[in-house]
Design a protein around this ligand. Structure first.
Ligand SMILES: NC(=O)C1=CN([C@@H]2O[C@H](COP(=O)(O)OP(=O)(O)OC[C@H]3O[C@@H](n4cnc5c(N)ncnc54)[C@H](O)[C@@H]3O)[C@@H](O)[C@H]2O)C=CC1
Ligand SMILES: CC(C)CC(=O)C(=O)O
Ligand SMILES: [Mg+2]
Length: 354
């Protein structure tokens, strides 16, 4: 199995280095893994003048799974738009058809006090956000900044979903709900946006194929509020690219930190790109203080979804549980009575727990 590692920018190389330690343990224990590395994002621009260069494209297409840190940073904000790191990330997602982004928000009991919500509201939290990843306003054309007829500059993007795009993410979400609590909440803004009115219509139609799943609909503004009011009402949430992006960052805080939220971005055959849900965190980059657990938990998702190796996935997740039970915490989840450790020490502790 070929795993391509894309460290990326900011804290990317630091957190990916910890996940790589985990992959190396699994490899040494007999898992058939071939690890390769390539640049993506700003690092790729610096080296090749493109955020998703041909060198990376070739390896990404050949890989069975990809592990990404994160991309972006303020030093790239003034580049022409197509050269910006984030465009490299959108490009690899589109190139590999990684339309299904799974973002589980799970509260580990040891982090109950790190959650922004009261323990009684959040204990036992286990939500799966299914975010469509290759459509919506992030990809719709036309887009840009132009001068309008009145001579004023204006920015514009297009929120667009084809029926086939909605149906394929719908199937992923309904089937995920079938394997869990059998509740699916489709989040939209159907009261004002035609794109999501259409989304709601298709999801409603699809529900007939999944009579064992209880489908509900919620407007995104209410969903944002309900997530911090009573998050345990949700089992699986399915939504478009931009709403899923925002709601998953919000949901991460219920678990203690964005540094705890892994993700899988899958194509129709479960080839996947695995990455933490957060960004490159330029404010803490280079200090060895970032939380690597979301990235390590993304390795567990890789083992589960692409390699179909549930035992190895559980082994990694149990190692993470063990270090939390030992009281080890990076700064973002630190509280009195626990032991603050660096990013690399956290990686070493997970390896020891493995
Ligand atoms: N998948 C990706 O590669 C993503 C890239 N980005 C890019 O990352 C850059 C920074 O974006 P921001 O809006 O600041 O979001 P961010 O997620 O990088 O950081 C937001 C806040 O969370 C903290 N944080 C993030 N990950 C952490 C971790 N593992 N441990 C501890 N604290 C952590 C950061 O220090 C910061 O205070 C931008 O260039 C943005 O475009 C943003 C989101 C996703
Ligand atoms: C380039 C952005 C869409 C990345 C991001 O915020 C995400 O995927 O969560
Ligand atoms: Mg995001």
């Amino acid at each position: 199995m070929k795993v391509l590692i894309l460290p990326g920018d900011g804290i990317g190389p630091e957190i990916v280095a910890q996940a790589k330690k985990v992959l190396t343990v699994l490899k040494n224990d007999g898992l058939d893994l071939e690890l390769q590395e390539a640049p993506l994002g700003g690092a790729a621009y610096d080296q090749y003048g493109s955020p998703y260069p041909e060198f990376t494209q070739k390896l990404a297409r050949e890989a069975d799974a990809i592990l990404l840190g994160a991309v972006g940073g303020p030093q790239y904000d003034t580049l022409d738009r197509p050269l910006r790191p984030e465009r490299g990330l959108l490009a690899i997602r589109k190139d590999l058809n990684l339309f299904a982004n799974l973002r589980p928000a799970i509260l580990y009991p040891e982090l109950a006090n790190a959650s922004t919500l009261k323990p009684e509201v959040v204990s036992g939290l286990d939500i799966l956000i299914v975010r469509e990843l290759t459509g919506d306003i992030y990809f719709g054309q036309p887009r840009g900044i132009r001068v309008n007829e009145a001579g004023e500059r204006e920015g514009f993007n297009t929120m667009l979903y084809a029926e086939s795009e909605i149906r394929r993410i719908g199937h992923v979400a309904f089937q995920a709900a079938q394997k869990r609590g059998k509740k699916l909440c489709s989040v939209d803004k159907a009261n004002v946006l035609e794109t999501t009115e259409f989304w709601k219509e298709i999801m409603t139609d699809m529900a007939k194929e999944y009579p064992d799943v209880e489908l509900s609909h919620m407007l995104v503004d209410n969903a944002a509020m309900q997530l911090v009011k009573a998050p345990k009402q949700f089992d699986v949430i399915v939504t478009g690219n931009i709403f899923g992006d925002i709601l998953s960052d919000e949901a991460s805080m219920l678990t203690g930190s964005i540094g705890m939220l892994p993700s899988a971005s899958l194509d129709a055959n479960n080839k996947g790109l695995y990455e933490p849900s957060h960004g490159s965190a330029p404010d803490i980059a280079g200090k060895d203080i970032a939380n690597p657990l979301a990235t390590i938990l993304s390795v567990a998702m890789m083992l589960r979804y692409t390699f179909n190796n549930e035992a190895a996935a559980l082994r990694v997740e149990n190692a993470v549980k063990k270090v939390l039970a030992q009281g080890l915490r990076t700064g973002d989840i630190f509280e009195a009575g626990t032991t603050r450790v660096s990013c690399s020490a956290m990686g070493d502790a997970v390896v020891a727990a493995l």
